[in-house]
Write a protein that binds this ligand. Structure first.
Ligand code: NAI
Length: 247
């Protein structure tokens, strides 16, 4: 139970990669705050799943792009479990368009959630992580932040923006012994890729040396390593979890 006694806040964790991370950390004894934006029922199911896996959990509604919501997220965390040891900035959205068709609103919306959400949550939980023994910030970026992707100028920009942010916070945290790292998943089987047509997915898989999409467990096990005390000398890194896509 390597996460016993650790309080972990995971944004956007009622489904997909976030829920996979919550279950994995819960299975190692963590206390987990399940943040959700709108689906209370999915959040309740995620809480049950974490508790069944062996952890403790509480659900907290908050739109990460709204600072007052994030203040409340912190209050709920403190009331339930005390200060956070681990923050996983996982909540993210896409709004795809070829660049000439992309509206400024679609650009801003993706920045507000993916980067603005990371700003709000990291600032609200900064002192918690700084003061924690082996505090951890983990930002979920994407292979798209490294490689770019047709129709995703907004998303690719936001996801590569996470790299510079992570390295900077890693330098700030280093003086207090906490770490900050990024995980850059490849294409992962969740609702986010559900809308991608089969023929496009087939083309994507044919370019992956390991010949399959990632499962949420593939991403969760790397996050679990970064969240644990086993990674205490790893900071400012971007860990690719993409089946060898850039080989
Ligand atoms: P998903 O769409 O299944 O889950 C995203 C979660 O974030 C949802 O629960 C959603 O409600 C939540 N969310 C969205 N906006 C929010 C907001 N304003 N406030 C709070 N929560 C909000 O997506 P998935 O696939 O689980 O993605 C998780 C993260 O992993 C995202 O940051 C995504 O960009 C990233 N990622 C996903 C990949 C994939 O292929 N699925 C690949 C690489 C990165």
């Amino acid at each position: 139970m390597s996460m016993e006694g650790r309080t972990c806040v995971i944004t956007g964790s009622a489904r997909g990669i976030g829920r996979g991370i919550a279950e994995r950390l819960g299975s190692e004894g963590a206390s987990v705050v399940i943040n959700y934006r709108s689906s209370e029922e999915a959040a309740r199911e995620a809480v049950d799943a974490v508790e069944t896996a062996g952890g403790s959990a509480v659900a907290a509604q908050a739109d990460v792009s709204d600072r007052e919501d994030v203040e409340r997220l912190r209050e709920i965390c403190h009331e339930a479990f005390g200060p956070a040891d681990v923050l996983v900035n996982n909540a993210g959205i896409t709004a795809d368009k070829q660049f000439t068709e992309m509206s400024r609103e679609e650009w801003d919306r993706v920045m507000d959630v993916n980067l603005g959400g990371m700003f709000n949550c990291t600032q609200e939980f900064y002192d918690d992580i700084w003061n924690a023994e082996e505090g951890r910030l983990i930002n979920i970026s994407s292979v798209v932040g490294k490689q770019g992707n047709f129709g995703q100028a907004n998303y690719a920009t936001a996801k590569s923006g996470m790299f510079g942010f992570t390295r900077t916070i890693a330098l700030e945290f280093a003086q207090g012994g906490s770490t900050a790292n990024c995980v850059a998943p490849g294409f992962t089987r969740t609702d986010m890729v559900e809308s991608v047509p089969d023929e496009v997915l087939d083309r994507i898989v044919s370019g992956i040396p390991l010949e399959r999409l990632a499962e949420v467990e593939d991403i969760a096990s790397v996050v679990r390593f970064l969240a644990s005390e086993e990674s205490s000398y790893v900071t400012g890194e971007v860990i690719d979890v993409n089946g060898g896509m850039d080989l």
